[in-house]
Design a protein around this ligand. Sequence first.
Ligand SMILES: *Cc1c(COP(=O)(O)O)cnc(C)c1O
Length: 270
Amino acid sequence: MDIETTYYDPRVGAAIAELFQPNTRAVFLESPGSGTFEIQDVPAIAAVAHQRDICVLMDNSWATPLFLKPLELGVDISIMAATKYIGGHSDVMLGTIACGPRAWEQVRDMHFQLGQFVGPDDVTLVLRGFRTLDVRLQRHQESALTMALWLEQRPDVSHVFYPPLPSHPDHALWRRDFRGASGLLSFVTRNSSSEAVAAMIDGLKLFTIGYSWGGFESLVLPVSPRSMRTATQWTETGHLIWLHIGLEDVDDLIADLEEGFSRFRDISGH
Ligand SMILES: *Cc1c(COP(=O)(O)O)cnc(C)c1O
């Protein structure tokens, strides 16, 4: 469709204005960033974008509207995978878009012209998920924080990426804009072999390997940001492991990972 893309450092803030090209029409952002959880200064980005009449789109799947309201921060189109927390049971695929006045008419026209409608069964599942969204998210948040604090104390972990942690580089921004945090976080293992990571992950009993987080169950996934990065460099030498903390008992989850780390140590030797 002849669209050009410029990728940017998620911590760029208002300096994103220096990257705007004469043909820039939209800024598309996600906060926190997938896998590495950088928080963006959304109001600063929206302010400079609007000076140039550039539309701001944001993926709000991580926080959901309970923990962040993008339109209040100046975003024009808020996009969410309702597949994740809104459905909440990993049995439906659906997306939502919410628009401010700058984008509404165009989005509505496009929606009609493309004939984008969703199935009634899917809608029923998502509406049912909505009923428990608040209590589920409270539990995801509580367990994820417990897990993040536990991981941070471990000698075999070099970093934990979860914005509610005071050690997170964007913690202050998260406190300013967000009302809570969901169950998705990541950590970096101390330098070790892929075999050690495989032994840890393959033997887990409660965490299964999976990509589509936001459901009731816990998931684990090794990810490699190095090959995906262009605007910034990934300099960590360990392995990045993505965790979705589900609704299971958090002590059981910790015990499962504890055994995983002992398999990890048996192979890595530290
Ligand atoms: C999974 C995901 C999507 C896509 O959602 P689907 O409904 O599974 O297509 C979009 N944004 C983010 C941040 C996601 O993690």
